[in-house]
Ligand binder design. Structure first.
Ligand SMILES: Cc1cc2nc3c(=O)[nH]c(=O)nc-3n(C[C@H](O)[C@H](O)[C@H](O)COP(=O)(O)OP(=O)(O)OC[C@H]3O[C@@H](n4cnc5c(N)ncnc54)[C@H](O)[C@@H]3O)c2cc1C
Length: 372
């Protein structure tokens, strides 16, 4: 059985790792030209089943490295006003969870995939063949046939748009400026895993990505065959604003914090400009099981949700569920369409949890805004 995965994001790579580990023939096709082709380095919080599923996808020899490059969920989470006056503190609810840099995680998840992962391969469309197989058509004119095609191609998924054209993506009534700034010099602003700055028209969410060990040094010692990016500990920040962006330019947004505490302004001003920008925040229609075929969806492609929810956690769980089903098909224990239908049922159930979590996060911010 041959599996083709479209998209080398966290979900697609985790699936590929599991299938390689079980000796299933799998190929991953990614549209970007390289793993570092564009900004990929925001902080991801994983906990509970998502964290367990991530560890299960990685080769056990890489577990010490995974732990070394994670960040701890340390108390206190803090709420402050725009002058850095502390409004409240909260202990971490899940201090068993871990923080990861998405770029570092992707580097870990490509380890050992070798020629099975190909870049510069943008899927244009797929074609269902008479014998139940699927043909992937790429932008460069090449095609690849598979027994199962997995769309792990993110929120804007090309696979989902063909498979489920009725699912639409729409802007939420908030938008964000997102960036990151080196942690050094700003630890006092964010003593724990997160600080939220609440003001009347804008909320600033700061997330601390403090690597327990430098990724480069940890890889050199614990798994010298793995190359990790040279990323210093940083603060991922999101300025959340009501409405939809009139421009994707950062300057008008920064004018809104002109009278804020100088340390907060400095934090934003010192952001890595290449990794900062304004973007709408989007969400997809809810997803329900559909008539199963040899094409399926995983991660944000299947349940497009805004940032700040459980997207990466769910992608890890999807990868585990789907890998188990595909291995059972390969072993002849279950028929392909039946196996995929079972996966899609579970994936759609989990997607509901993701939507609820994202909705709750946005309700919390609306409440903070109202209180400010
Ligand atoms: C700022 C921010 C913070 C976040 N924080 C968290 C968090 O704390 N916890 C959490 O659980 N989630 C978080 N998320 C969400 C999480 O990042 C996503 O849910 C997760 O990365 C989805 O993984 P994925 O593999 O499904 O898709 P993606 O990571 O989007 O990967 C999709 C891949 O498919 C490729 N692709 C797209 N189209 C094609 C095509 N046509 N052909 C070939 N390749 C294609 C893309 O280039 C990309 O590499 C956050 C998101 C953001 C933006």
């Amino acid at each position: 059985m041959k599996v083709v995965v479209i998209g080398a994001g966290l979900g697609g790579l985790a699936l590929a790792q599991r299938l390689v580990g079980a000796d299933v023939d799998v190929r991953v096709y990614e549209r970007d030209s390289a793993i570092e082709a564009r900004f990929q380095g925001y902080r991801i919080g994983l906990g509970g089943p998502g964290l367990t599923a991530l560890a299960g996808a990685l080769q056990p020899r890489l577990h010490p490295l995974l732990d070394a490059v994670s960040g701890l969920v340390e108390s206190p989470g803090r709420a402050v006003d725009s002058q850095l006056t502390v409004l409240g503190e909260q202990d971490a609810v899940n201090d068993e969870g871990r923080m990861f840099d998405r770029n570092v995680l992707r580097h870990l998840l490509i380890a050992g995939l070798g020629e099975r992962l190909r870049f510069d391969m943008k899927l244009d469309r797929y074609e269902e063949l008479a014998d139940g197989a699927v043909r992937a058509h790429f932008a460069d004119g090449t095609t690849v046939d598979a027994d199962v095609l997995v769309g792990a191609d993110g929120m804007g998924s090309t696979v989902r748009r063909q498979l489920l054209p009725q699912i639409e993506i729409h802007d939420l009534p908030v938008y964000g400026a997102i960036g990151r700034t080196e942690l050094a010099g700003f630890e006092h602003v964010i003593p724990g895993w997160s600080t939220v700055v609440s003001a009347k028209d804008v909320q600033l969410m700061l997330g601390r990505m403090k690597f327990q060990r430098s990724p480069v040094q940890a890889a050199a010692e614990l798994a010298p065959d793995v190359t990790l990016p040279d990323t210093p500990s940083y603060i991922r920040w999101v300025l959340l604003l009501p409405g939809t962006p009139k421009t994707l330019d950062l300057d008008p947004v920064l004018d809104l914090i002109e009278d804020w505490h100088p340390d907060l302004r400095a934090l934003i001003a010192r952001a890595d400009v290449n990794n900062s920008g304004v973007s709408p925040i989007k969400e997809g229609d809810p997803i329900e099981p559909w008539p199963t075929r040899a094409v399926t969806l995983l991660g944000d492609a299947g349940h497009p949700a805004p940032p700040g929810g459980l997207g990466a956690n769910l992608a890890m769980v999807d990868a585990e569920l789907l890998a188990d089903k595909l291995i059972a098909v390969r072993d002849g224990r279950v028929e392909k369409i039946r196996a995929l239908a079972g996966y899609e049922q579970a994936m759609c159930e989990n997607a509901k949890t993701g939507r609820e979590s994202a909705a709750q996060a946005f309700k919390n911010f609306a409440k903070l805004r109202a209180e400010a």
